[in-house]
Write a protein that binds this ligand. Structure first.
Ligand SMILES: [Zn+2]
Length: 436
């Protein structure tokens, strides 16, 4: 454990510390952020005292990404939530917005240090220790992942960056430099299992003992994870963050039962119902959208920020000794489809289908017939067969039945030959709209 006295601190004690930080953060926000002054005033909150305690945070309005973007002007391209003076800002990342201009994420030196600390705790939870070698595959570029990479120095690892999409270079590095760990997206980890097999490379017998996955949901789903662990002959744990709040806020430990909050003390986590925005208790087994609040941020702190990550909460004691709730990401609410009132995550479909290995390859594509979240059943799903498999109609039927039983969704399963669904060296697209 990187900081045992912090990471094992009794959770009630943590919340008491967080309450103090939160009250200070509100004073700071009301003083420096025109965005939050206006937003809180509109909600009838004119001072930090009126906002009250951290336990009352659900009374305050949620922050949406689009609201922040709407305040950007040529004079203030960062947005009205910017609190720091230009001279205080030491770095500006941008998010990988799919459309339009990127949004900028400024950091003070203190913010950056907290990001690196949180990421280091999150990644160290996997069990990697100082002196080991780690090969990384992020093309961090303008993105916040760059700060996560600094975490490997903080842990004391020997960092071997190879970048994304260079499988040959990665396998050569694994063979020649014998790293104990690798960091990559779950999609790329799965892709490498296949690529290594095609090249006759013995990934299972390689030096890699730990595979740390991050960047997209799915790395925690049991059948998908089992496939990765089998292919790599390594233990798979995941980490998760969100650009606007911090790069690797959560990290899973060796117990592999959900991610601990590495950013404890810096970030407060809540759960809401994504449809209504109502706050939900962080009870064991609860599911909902994760909402995060900066507690000790300076450049552009966010209050009750909607992450669009749909998670399940675990509150049982963890054998590793870290305290506090853990989460498992079920999917992005942006990817979620609603089929006759039932929420369906494409990554959950992949998880159910993956259990049909060795008949299937594990690659799927959900093909909604119309645009938009709401879909009429049956939902078309293409399922790729494993290499050399030629299964009949009864396999499609069995998959369809399992999807109906597990996810309560009616599907139309189409089996497609090995190699016909696109592989990804970064993040997978599990949904493709074919209709209007
Ligand atoms: Zn643990």
């Amino acid at each position: 454990m990187l900081e045992p006295e912090v990471e094992t601190c009794h959770w009630a004690e943590q919340l008491a510390l967080d309450d103090e930080s939160y009250r200070d953060q509100l004073v700071y926000l009301l003083e420096r952020s025109s965005f939050y002054r206006e937003k809180l005033a509109a909600a009838g909150v004119a001072s930090a005292e009126e906002a009250g305690a951290l336990t009352e945070i659900a009374r305050l309005p949620l922050t949406e990404k689009e609201e922040l973007k709407a305040t950007c002007t040529p004079d203030n391209p960062i947005g009205a939530h910017l609190c720091a003076l230009p001279s205080e800002i030491v770095r500006i990342y941008s998010t990988s917005g799919t459309t339009g201009a990127p949004s900028y994420i400024p950091l003070t030196a203190g913010d950056l240090d907290k990001w690196v600390t949180a990421s280091a705790r999150s990644y160290a939870a996997s069990g990697i220790v100082a002196g080991q070698r780690i090969v990384t595959t992020y093309n961090a570029g303008p993105f916040v992942a760059g700060a996560a990479l600094e975490a490997f120095d903080r842990i004391g690892l020997c960092h071997i960056p190879v970048g994304t999409g260079n499988t040959e270079r990665l396998l050569q590095a694994v063979e020649a430099l014998r790293p104990e760990a690798a960091v990559l997206t779950p999609s790329y980890a799965a892709h490498l299992v296949e690529s290594a097999a095609e090249r006759g490379f013995d990934l299972r017998g390689s030096s890699v003992e730990r595979v740390l996955v991050a960047g997209e949901p799915g790395g925690g789903e049991p059948a998908f994870r089992a496939k990765l662990e089998e292919g790599w002959g390594a233990r798979v744990t995941e980490a998760m963050g969100i650009g606007d709040i911090g790069p690797s806020l959560w990290g899973e430990c060796e117990a592999q039962d959900g991610m601990h909050l590495g950013a404890r003390g810096f970030v407060h986590a809540e759960l809401i119902d994504p449809e209504t925005g109502t706050a939900l208790e962080l009870d064991d087994g609860a599911t909902g959208e994760l909402v995060l609040t900066h507690l000790r941020h300076r450049a552009a702190p966010l209050l009750r920020f909607r992450t669009r990550d749909h998670v399940r909460v675990r509150t049982s004691a963890c054998p590793c000794g870290r305290t506090g709730p853990r989460v498992r990401c079920l999917g992005r609410t942006d990817d979620m489809l609603i089929v006759r009132g039932v929420n369906v995550f494409p990554s959950a479909v992949r998880e159910v289908v993956s259990a049909f290995a060795p008949d299937v390859s594990g690659h799927i594509l959900v093909k909604p017939r119309t645009r938009g979240v709401k879909q009429e059943p049956p939902l078309p799903v293409s399922v790729e067969l494993a290499r050399g498999a030629n299964a009949g109609d009864d396999l499609a039927e069995a998959i369809r039945d399992r999807l109906r039983n597990v996810l309560v969704v009616q599907t139309r399963v189409e089996l497609v030959p090995w190699g016909s669904l696109r592989r990804s060296e970064y993040k997978s697209r599990l949904v493709d709209v074919e209709g209007p």
